[in-house]
Design a protein around this ligand. Structure first.
Ligand code: FES
Length: 157
């Protein structure tokens, strides 16, 4: 099965291609475009990108798999990332995790059946001063509490 960019992304890719002296450098922006298009990066998309950049699919996979922000299987519409590093642990992230898992009926690393939510545990989100920190898609919830997250999840449901 083949994969291709949407018309809009193909146009964007061609524009970006003019800006990069070496095609290789376009791998990360192109991987982002793939993920934005589908929500994750499938094997066929990596094969597609490899051809575009004159690389092997394994080269593309090596680049993509280095970064934790790329997903290789479908994830929920709302990706809840729970920091599991020290500052957040000391400030109650374990309670936050249990609360969200109970509320959504799934464990970290799983998605709800309707693919609305995915919970992941991640290393430091770079917001230790406002621990415990939770990231939902592109939004940081700082000094998070179960009550704050309940309000947010109520809105997202
Ligand atoms: S330890 Fe959680 S954001 Fe840094």
């Amino acid at each position: 099965m083949s994969w291709k960019f949407s018309e809009k992304n193909e146009k964007k890719f061609q524009e970006l291609l003019k800006r990069y002296p070496k095609k290789d450098s376009l791998a990360l922006p192109a991987l982002w475009m793939i993920q934005e298009q589908d929500g994750w990066i499938c094997k066929n998309a990596m094969v597609f990108l490899a051809k575009k950049l004159d690389k092997s699919p394994m080269d593309i996979y090596s680049i993509a798999s280095f970064y934790t922000m790329f997903h290789f299987e479908p994830i929920g519409k709302y990706h809840i990332q729970l920091c599991k590093t020290l500052s957040c642990r000391l400030r109650g992230s374990e309670n936050i995790k249990k609360h969200i898992e109970n509320r959504l009926g799934i464990k970290a690393g799983e998605s709800t059946e309707d693919m609305k939510f995915t919970i992941s545990e991640v290393e430091c989100l770079g917001s230790c001063g406002t621990a415990p920190c939770v990231c939902i898609n592109d939004d940081y919830i700082q000094n998070s509490t179960p009550e704050m997250l309940d309000k947010i999840l109520d809105k997202l449901k």
